[in-house]
Design a protein around this ligand. Structure first.
Ligand code: ZN
Ligand code: ZN
Length: 412
């Protein structure tokens, strides 16, 4: 069995705790980790105590048991989500918890599971956890999603290697992609964060009315941006004023599309791994913000399940730009994992918009949110459309057009 270098892992764990979740003295920390990565999960817990956590609660997951539940559980359990689970989140949130999720999901986990069970349980859990999701998406608390490989995941990404070699290579790619492989990753992330400032400043000052996005594989989409939209990238600031990185890695700058103004066609440039299904060849046509046609060459049923979740699932909640020179893009590897794949390529999200992506959304009524074009849904699913030949033209209020992204790079 491949055993990863102890010091490298400790540095990565420290990065997740200190830069990612920005754990403070006296805080409750929830660590979500699969049992396959117990060694690394324990290192994250130790790092959290080192950072001053008052208590670290481990949320051990087990993918194989999760799969058995879907395959062998009684049918009625997929329409309910236990109240004590909802209460547990509420209690943790009231205590100002920091959430650290270590993802090692096998993208094929749910292959062969009845898609209707997945869809029903997804509705039940997301409905029950709507308040919790709202807190996370509006930076009410600090949280950080990061990754650690599992043998199944590693073998899928590198099918020609032995399991040990695949594990070693995926660890290597994860640490590189997360800028966690240097001598001082915490300092590297400070510098990385500073690099976002120029892009954000340019885009936020321009306040483009809409973006026209074109690629050589067929995307030609004009997407309106929400009134007073805010471009965000390089981490966030939580309600208590402390910075954190919700995602490690993160290479994107993203903002809020106007849910009423997307017109044209978008063709995905990478497969989407969603809840254990792989969806390939996504092709969606929008009219006045709503998806009016959609198809996929593989996993069409899973795509249908996403888009039929609710009305908001047919509209956009995020537009994100990623340059082709990001370390993950340069690896030219499909990770079958949104955390990595979305940082390799520009993407759109179907579903819920991030409140932080427009000004003063926390003071807005539902009517006002509707007016600026802020989308709401039980889901938020990113899919990648960016290519090395992608062009983005910003169209301003007075109709002026500026090409600020060309051949996969920012060119303003
Ligand atoms: Zn994104
Ligand atoms: Zn997203």
């Amino acid at each position: 069995m491949f055993v990863m270098n102890e010091e490298k892992l400790k540095n990565y764990a420290k990065l997740i705790v200190n830069s990612g979740g920005n754990v403070q003295k006296g805080q409750l920390v929830i660590v979500g980790c699969d049992v396959e990565n117990a060694r690394f999960g324990r290192m994250v817990a130790e790092s959290a105590y080192d950072a001053g956590a008052s208590e670290v609660v481990m949320e051990w997951g087990c993918e194989f048991s999760a799969r058995s539940r879907y395959l062998r559980g009684a049918d009625e359990i997929f329409d309910t989500f236990a109240k004590w689970r909802v209460d547990k989140f509420k209690d943790q949130n009231d205590r100002g918890a920091v959430y650290l999720h270590i993802i090692s999901a096998n993208p094929n986990l749910l292959a062969g599971v009845d898609p209707d069970r997945i869809r029903r349980f997804s509705i039940a859990s997301r409905t029950a956890l709507k308040d919790h999701m709202e807190i996370m998406m509006s930076n009410g608390l600090r949280w950080c999603g990061s990754a650690a490989p599992s043998p199944e995941w590693a073998k899928l990404v590198f099918p020609d290697l032995s399991e040990d070699e695949a594990m070693e290579k995926l660890w290597d790619y994860i640490l590189k992609g997360a800028r966690a492989d240097g001598a001082d990753p915490i300092a590297d992330w400070k510098e990385h964060k500073a690099g976002f400032a120029g892009r954000l400043d340019y885009l936020n000052k321009k306040q483009f009315k809409s973006l026209r996005i074109t690629t050589g594989i067929g995307t030609d989409l004009t997407v309106g941006l929400a009134t007073n939209h805010v471009w965000v990238g390089g981490g966030g600031t939580a309600k208590d004023g402390l910075d954190f990185f919700p995602n490690m890695p993160t290479e994107e700058v993203f903002t809020m599309p106007d849910k009423h103004r997307a017109n044209g066609r978008v063709v995905a440039s990478m497969p989407l791994s969603y809840q254990g299904s792989l969806i390939e060849g996504i092709d969606i046509t929008f009219k006045d913000g709503r998806a009016v046609e959609h198809s996929a060459t593989k996993g069409a049923e899973a795509l249908g399940n996403i888009m039929n979740m609710d009305e908001g699932a047919k509209r956009l909640g995020e537009v994100a730009l990623v340059s082709s020179s990001s370390p993950i893009a340069k690896m030219k590897t499909l990770f079958y994992n949104t955390l990595f794949d979305e940082n390799a390529s520009s993407h759109l999200a179907l579903g819920k918009a991030y409140p932080k992506n427009a000004k003063d959304t926390d003071k807005m009524s539902a009517e006002e949110k509707e007016k600026i074009g802020m989308n709401d849904s039980l889901i938020h699913v990113d899919f990648m459309f960016g290519t090395e030949d992608m062009t983005v033209t910003g169209i301003s209020e007075n109709g002026e057009e500026i090409v600020f992204f060309e051949n996969g790079e920012f060119v303003y």
